[in-house]
Structure formats: C-alpha cells, structure tokens
Design a protein around this ligand. Structure first.
Ligand code: HEM
Length: 181
C-alpha cells in the first residue's frame, strides 16, 4: 500500500514564561487523527448495516457490491490525507462520481444518509473532539450535496476532476511542549 503523504506543518502560538511565542508543529492528517484505515473500515461497516435496514435508503443500496463499505472507507481515507488507495485501486474520482450518476438522489435521502453516518461515527468510536467533527461534518455535507447534484438527470460531471482533499477547519488540539507555562 502506498505511504501516506508527509504531514503538513504550521505555526501555532504557545504561552511560555508569561509571553506568547510561535512554534512550528507537525499537524496530523484527518486520516491519522481518526485512527487510520481500521477506523474508516469500522465506520462504514457500521454505516451500511444501518443503511441497508433503513426504510428511506435500503432500496437504493439493495444491489450494492459487498465490497462497497471497504471501497468507501478507502475513498474517505484518501480524501482525509491517507494512502491513495482509492485512486490506485478503484478508479479514483471519476469512478466514484460515475457510481452516483443517474440515481436522482433526493434531499430527503441525502439528509438521512448524513444522519446515519453521524450515528455510525459515534458507534465506531471516531474521535469526538469538536475540531475533528467539524472537519468530518463539513466534508460529509459538501460531499453528499455534490452526490445529489451529480446524480440528477442531465448532470454531466467532468471525468478529469481531481480527487478532493480535506483538512482541518480549526487546528487540532496540541499538547504543550517542554517548559511551557
Ligand atoms: C460524502 C458523501 C458521499 C461519499 C464520500 C460517497 C462515496 C461513494 C463511493 C466512493 C462510491 C463508489 C464505491 C465503489 O468504488 O464501489 C459510492 C457509490 C454509491 N453511493 Fe455514494 N457517497 C456519498 C454520498 C451518497 C449519498 C448521499 C447517497 C444516497 C443517498 C449515495 C449513494 C450511493 C450509491 C447508491 C452508490 C452505489 C452503490 C453500489 O450499488 O455499489 N452516496 N459512493
């Protein structure tokens, strides 16, 4: 499996000896913070059990590939800064978009999809800190609304659109370093 891309760095303000100093810190990707591939696999295993049993969504996913939860886990892991597994093994963005084309997903179905994914995130023990959940929820809102748009009759997605990448809205909590006040 391909290695994860290197972490980004950023400057943060740290209190020391009653003054503020800047320090360069290494920022984990959302993928790392979530717990890597096992966390995304737990998330989507729990999610699709709910989806298949749901009166609003079950029919839409009736014929889904049994590998679907793992494929979506690979997708989200890559979007969140993990290995490029979906691009390398599953056809990348164009393939994902193609799976939604023509399905005419409704707003009601999208809302339910988002609600069940949030429930599954709790059940799978994804980090519950506000910073992670803000980033997670932001992506899920954006991605699900894109899925609705691209699934409507007459939508013509660009097959060359790059894979989206997602990161923190606010920096994650950082432990104080040695000697910090
Ligand atoms: C953030 C939002 C979403 C993401 C990241 C996402 C991701 C994906 C991916 C990666 C696939 C293809 C999996 C593969 O390679 O086989 C897929 C397929 C599919 N998605 Fe989504 N999706 C999103 C939103 C939605 C919504 C809102 C719906 C409907 C309510 C939906 C319905 C479907 C269906 C029906 C398939 C085909 C399943 C099958 O029969 O194999 N998706 N999705």
């Amino acid at each position: 499996m391909a290695a994860s891309p290197p972490r980004t760095t950023r400057y943060v303000l740290v209190p020391r000896a009653a003054r503020w100093w800047t320090r360069r810190v290494s920022v984990p990707t959302l993928y790392e913070w979530a717990g890597g591939a096992p966390a995304f696999e737990r998330l989507f295993a729990a999610f699709y059990v709910k989806v298949r049993a749901d009166p609003e969504l079950g029919e839409l996913f009736r014929d889904m590939d049994p590998g679907h939860p793992r494929h979506v886990a690979a997708w989200l892991g890559e979007v969140f800064g993990g290995p490029k597994a979906y691009s390398e093994q599953r056809g990348g963005h164009a393939h994902m978009v193609g799976k939604h084309v023509g399905r005419a997903i409704t707003e009601r179905q999208r809302r339910r999809w988002v609600e069940l994914l949030q429930d599954a995130a709790d059940e799978a023990g994804l980090p519950a800190d506000p910073e992670f959940r803000a980033a997670f929820t932001g992506y899920v809102e954006w991605g699900s609304r894109m899925a609705v748009l691209l699934s409507q009759p007459g939508a013509t997605p660009d097959p060359h659109e790059p894979m989206p990448t997602w990161t923190w809205v606010l920096p994650p909590w950082q432990p104080p370093g040695d000697g910090d006040a």
